[in-house]
Write a new protein. Sequence first.
Length: 122
Amino acid sequence: MWRNGGCHIFRSLWDRAGHWAQTDGDWRQAEAAFRRAYDLEPGRFAYCLGTALNFLHRCEEALPILFAHAQTHDADSMSWFQVAIARERTGDVAGTVVAYKRAIELNPDYALALKQAYPPAV
């Protein structure tokens, strides 16, 4: 009984520790904590880990985690926005556009995605 219940407690604690580090701007510590949670339950913590990897500019590592998550676990605008960031930083221009458009389709009022997808003319 402890083993199953304990696993849930540990996942939640690692996730919470990751969010505390994220709030403090310590993305290395956030990534380490989110990775521990992800190792225990990949589907639930993929977004947090992938986002931390994006902030650390480890986008090649983040992209498959985020893309799988966006497709299968949580197809929301924020997930697709993080996919777009990873694709942009890895040089996948066409994939970036597709991901931003998907984020906007899911939430037409997502201002950050709109700003990235349609920057003001200079």
